[in-house]
Design a protein around this ligand. Structure first.
Ligand SMILES: [Zn+2]
Length: 324
């Protein structure tokens, strides 16, 4: 773990230590808190000695995501006891259920819009973000994002994105201000290395769709038997606290569809290490122009699956929004 990250953790832990010490000064403090205090002191000592983050059994670095979540851990995953392993597995199963519970319904239909998506974690939990939210005056917001990193740490940040947009969308901000606000909050509340790419779409009842990209892969418009990328650019959310965003507006007619996806899809590799790539994906979409969203998702993913060798290396999300 980098020195700066340890420094920040040390600061947070020292703050929590003084709160803990204050509680322990009271006569009615639970006795179990005494051993917690000595664990905290031991962690602070490891930070000062420079041995923080190393497994006490094998001296290899402990998984950074676990340390971030609990600076008191002293063993890498390989060296946990059977009881500790079992407890961790139960926690993960619970995390999987919590994350599944945050996903929107699929297929989804509202007004002139029909949407379908597929959300596939590479392991148990995913760092991809996917949501649908009602706006004002019959508008709908469609969101797809990708937190840098994978696994539990990324999934925790994904839940933060989820909560942030759920809290911000009803405020009625313009799309660019909505993404700017989300970026500022994400930036202030996470470590500098934490950021996410994101597409935020506002679909209006008349078919207009406003698109804001925070450094995400371009959405693809399926129209009139073909497919075209909609180029939009912006900085990932959380990278700078004061980033400004712009939007691009397109108009979708009946039968059109817009495909959003994460890089786990385009970066899928075959046996020779070749990427599926954006061009091939665009062709796959073009071949399905005019089909209902659910079929576009299923057929395009099947094409990517046929291309892949081995298990997926990254989280995958594909969302297709069609105008009825
Ligand atoms: Zn170890």
């Amino acid at each position: 773990m980098a020195d700066a990250a340890v420094g920040l953790l040390r600061e947070q832990l020292a703050g929590r230590r003084s709160q803990l010490a204050a509680v322990l000064r009271r006569a009615d403090a639970p006795v179990t808190l005494r051993s917690l205090l000595s664990e905290v002191d031991a962690a602070l000592e490891r930070m000062d000695r420079g041995t923080f983050g190393l497994c006490e059994a094998c001296h290899d670095p402990i998984e950074p995501g676990r340390l971030q979540a609990d600076p008191l851990v002293r063993l890498c995953l390989d060296h946990l006891t059977a009881t500790q392993q079992a407890r961790l597995e139960r926690d993960l199963e619970l995390a999987v259920r919590v994350q599944r519970g945050l996903l929107p319904p699929s297929p989804f239909q509202a007004g002139p819009w029909a949407m379908s998506y597929e959300y596939r974690p590479a392991h148990l939990v995913s760092g991809d973000y996917c949501d649908v939210l009602p706006g004002r005056d019959g508008d709908w917001y469609f969101l797809v994002g990708d937190v840098a990193g994978k696994g539990v740490a990324a999934s925790m940040l994904m839940t933060q994105l989820h909560a942030m947009f759920r809290a911000l969308v009803p405020g009625g901000l313009s799309v660019q201000h909505l993404v700017g606000r989300a970026s500022a909050i994400f930036c202030e509340s996470t470590l500098p290395t934490h950021y996410a790419t994101l597409l935020c779409l506002r679909a209006q009842p008349d078919g207009r769709v406003e698109i804001c990209s925070a450094g995400h892969l371009p959405p693809v418009l399926l129209h009139d038997g073909g497919a075209a990328r909609i180029d939009a650019s912006g900085l990932p959310v959380g990278m700078f606290c004061s980033a400004d965003y712009t939007t691009t507006t397109i108009t979708m007619v009946e039968g059109d569809a817009l495909a959003l996806y994460t890089d786990g899809l385009s970066e899928t590799e075959n046996g020779s290490g070749e990427e599926f790539g954006i061009d091939r994906l665009e062709q796959a979409y073009a071949a399905r122009a005019g089909k209902p969203p659910a079929e576009v998702v299923t057929e395009c993913l099947a094409e990517v699956d046929r291309f892949r060798s081995g298990p997926p290396a990254d989280d995958i999300t594909m969302m297709v929004i069609g105008r009825r």
